[in-house]
Design a protein around this ligand. Structure first.
Ligand SMILES: CC(C)(COP(=O)(O)OP(=O)(O)OC[C@H]1O[C@@H](n2cnc3c(N)ncnc32)[C@H](O)[C@@H]1OP(=O)(O)O)[C@@H](O)C(=O)NCCC(=O)NCCS
Length: 137
């Protein structure tokens, strides 16, 4: 199985988000700023909660590991898997892979993170997750 970029599609994970980052997203080293990746991690993980939750807030990001730098123009894919569903919380693992700019045959695992979201009601207070069965987004 392969995805549109030609990379092998990791089994049991969903491609939640794919972006190419710009010079405005860089740090003083000229590589992509970690805070930009954190924002995309948060968005990708939240998308992965959609089959189960209508509205979530992020309560915790753990084990965010930046394995390798991301460069301007890389195509960055955020793969998600729901690893735990609690009463009101849901945990998502996000694995990030960069397809190198100018070298489309090279795919590098750049980041991993575990993110805990809480399902909330309109009052922004925790509410039980009732859609516990897996569904695709
Ligand atoms: C998330 C929030 C609603 C939780 O409120 P709370 O009063 O702590 O809620 P509860 O104690 O009932 O816990 C709710 C769930 O969150 C989990 N939780 C709370 N704090 C946690 C933490 N630090 N780490 C992991 N899980 C946590 C609880 O284990 C519980 O999960 P469960 O129901 O599956 O067992 C509240 O802390 C909040 O609004 N935080 C700000 C969220 C935010 O603005 N995020 C950034 C922008 S999206």
């Amino acid at each position: 199985m392969s995805n549109l970029s030609g990379a092998p599609a990791p089994l049991g994970r969903n491609l939640a988000l794919r972006v190419s980052l710009m010079p405005k997203d860089t740090n003083v080293h000229g590589t992509i700023f970690g805070g930009i990746l954190l924002a995309h991690l948060d968005i990708a993980g939240a998308i992965a909660t959609r089959p189960h939750c209508d509205l979530v807030v992020t309560v915790k990001m753990t084990e965010v590991i930046f394995h390798e730098p991301v460069y301007v123009g890389d195509v960055v894919s955020f793969y998600t898997s729901v690893t735990k569903i609690g009463r009101t919380s849901i945990t998502v693992h996000v694995a990030v892979e960069a397809q190198r700019y100018g070298d489309p045959g090279t795919f590098v695992k750049v980041t991993d993170a575990d993110i805990v979201y809480v399902n909330v009601g309109e009052d922004r207070r925790p509410t039980p997750i009732t859609r516990r069965e897996a569904a695709s987004v």
